[in-house]
Design a protein around this ligand. Structure first.
Ligand code: EPS
Length: 346
């Protein structure tokens, strides 16, 4: 079975991805992993950390001559910020972060012991795994495409564009509507000025999936379930929707489904409200899913909390953090979807 796990602390010496179940003979290109990691570091609104991390990777095991042996692949991503052992304890948990729940779970008064793994730094390891999965999918001409459609109250205009990759990669928000970039930038600048943070919405889509990936018969192989778990496990994600998503709950059946036609030797649908998945399987139509990210929990103008040692009201901790990490989410979401699709292909 294709699977991966990650290890490593946000401010330890390195983070790691261990991938198991890759087929033998797959060509693994370290540069395309590095490119995906560079995209994750980018996007407007990130903290100074992304300016000095280089995400230098080492593929420590699993390859000979650049192709997989079929054995576990271990990827190490170095941290430039390796300050774990000298960080002072944090007694003022941030509302919205893993701090307080983790302190109660692990019976500690130091949120630092929780945030080292809860931190979104871990998503670099997931992007590395997704980049390897993308190389496997590439062998089958399957590509996935993630982009940003909302930053706070600013929505991108939907619509088809020529050369979406070029437009997205030129956008500081990884967005397909160049007219939205300026409004998004102002929204992030204003949030920063206020000591606030912003969330948003991303889309992951693919036009190239063969029908039948997933299962109608086994609950944990149903593709929407697998993808929802992968997406909702990303730090700060609070929701996922497929196709028309939540709007389907307010739509009569006569307008909610995608009627089936047949033309030029293939089944064809005029609409794609299902987002390319029916009955837990791909149906041959484009995959379309959205994920929503809450605003990050570390605010320069701190929310109110309690000092867990004194039990007195206090300002929440405000370690270095991003104002907005939604562009990065589009890269991470693309990576975890690539992994689930590759897993289903295997
Ligand atoms: C992040 C690394 C972290 C945070 C952020 C994302 O690094 P540091 O805490 O050292 O600045 O900037 O993490 C969070 C948003 C979070 O909630 O922990 C990264 O590499 O993506």
């Amino acid at each position: 079975m294709l699977r991966y796990t990650t290890a490593g602390e946000s401010h330890g010496p390195a983070i790691y991805t261990l991938l198991e179940g890759l087929p033998a003979g797959l060509s693994v290109n370290a540069e395309s992993i590095a490119r995906a990691l560079a995209r994750r570091r980018g996007g407007y609104g990130r903290s100074s950390r992304q300016g000095f991390e280089t995400d230098a990777i080492e593929i420590s095991t699993g390859l000979k001559g650049g192709t997989t042996l079929g054995s576990p692949l271990l990827i190490r991503i170095a941290n430039q910020d390796n300050s774990l052992e000298t960080k002072p304890p944090v007694h003022t948990p941030r509302p919205g972060h893993a701090d307080l729940a983790g302190m109660m779970k692990y019976d500690t008064d130091d949120a630092g012991r929780i945030l080292e793994r809860a931190s979104a730094r871990e998503t670099a390891a997931r992007v590395a795994a997704g980049a390897v999965a993308a190389q496997l999918l590439h062998e089958f001409d399957i590509e996935l495409f993630g982009h940003v459609v909302r930053i706070g109250s600013v929505a991108a205009k939907a619509g088809d564009v020529d050369d979406p990759q070029k437009i997205r990669d030129a956008s500081p928000f990884y967005c397909l509507d160049p007219n939205a970039d300026q409004a998004m930038r102002s929204a992030v600048d204003e949030a920063k000025e206020r000591g606030d943070t912003l969330g948003g919405v991303v889309v992951v889509e693919s036009s190239f999936l063969p029908p039948g990936l997933g299962s109608p018969a086994t609950w944990y192989e149903r593709l929407e379930g697998r993808l929802a778990q992968a997406i909702c496990s990303i730090q700060a994600v609070k929701g996922v929707a497929f196709g028309a998503g939540f709007a389907l709950g307010a739509t009569p059946g006569s307008e909610a489904h995608d009627e089936i036609g047949y033309a030029s030797g293939a089944f064809a649908r005029a609409t794609n409200r299902a987002g390319g998945i029916e009955g837990g399987m791909t149906n041959g139509e484009p995959l379309f899913l959205q994920a929503t990210m809450k605003p990050l929990a570390t605010l320069r103008k701190p929310l109110q909390t309690v000092d867990v040692k004194t039990k007195q009201p206090a300002d929440a901790a405000r370690p270095r953090s991003d104002v907005c990490a939604v562009p990065a989410l589009s890269v991470i979401a693309e990576a975890v979807v690539a992994f689930e699709i590759a897993r289903a292909m295997c």
